[in-house]
Write a protein that binds this ligand. Structure first.
Ligand SMILES: [Zn+2]
Length: 204
């Protein structure tokens, strides 16, 4: 059983997901997208859960090594904080739809730009999908490039590095030296860009 609630801690509002499970003790952690997750035994009283959130959320936020991409309605978009009205009240599906609608037109433009720059003959179809383990996928046989929704949080230069990476797969399938020679030719600061992705550094 899962419940989504919003909790105010120190004047900031946080999205929390409570999962009731067969377990003995409460567990608290942040998910990658910044939702605060609580696992607790069935029939744990709500006020007990909220007390736990008030106690552990600030501690875990301080310890959280990554900056959160969204706090309340303030969301990183293209590496800059922007207010998206009502965002904190959206459910996961609405959030994803909103972010995809921002990211897709940008990606379509950049894929067209880099395709012509890199001499990619294929006209790729561009898609955005919720993925947490990969930033992009090149399905060459289907002529389809898929990018992760979470890229929307990053600066345009960082997003472009992923576009270059996926388009370089049009020439070279594996991640070998010849592959990276394409990548570095069109994205000289690729290493810096990749480090930003790894460290969840959205801003420049
Ligand atoms: Zn790759």
């Amino acid at each position: 059983m899962v419940e989504n609630i919003e909790v105010e801690v120190d004047g900031k509002r946080y999205q929390c997901r409570i999962e009731y499970k067969r377990m003995r003790n409460l567990r608290f952690r942040f998910s990658k997208d910044g939702t605060f997750l609580v696992s607790c035994p069935y029939r744990t009283p709500r006020d007990y859960i909220e007390k736990g959130i008030a106690k552990y959320l600030p501690k875990l936020e301080k310890r959280n090594e990554y900056e959160l991409p969204a706090i309340g309605d303030e969301v990183y978009v293209f590496g800059e904080k922007r207010i998206i009205d009502g965002f904190s009240g959206f459910n996961e599906g609405e959030k994803s739809k909103t972010l995809k609608a921002i990211l897709l037109p940008y990606l379509e433009e950049r894929v067209a730009y880099y395709s012509s720059l890199m001499g990619v003959k294929k006209k790729y179809q561009v898609k955005v999908r919720d993925m947490s383990t990969r930033y992009g996928v090149n399905n060459r046989s289907k002529g389809k490039l898929t990018f992760a929704t979470l890229l929307v949080y990053y600066s345009k230069d960082t997003i472009d590095s992923v576009v270059v990476h996926e388009l370089a797969h049009d020439f070279v399938f594996s991640h070998d030296e010849s592959f990276y020679s394409y990548v570095f030719r069109y994205c000289p600061d690729y290493k810096l860009r990749h480090a930003k992705l790894r460290k969840h550094q959205y801003h420049e």
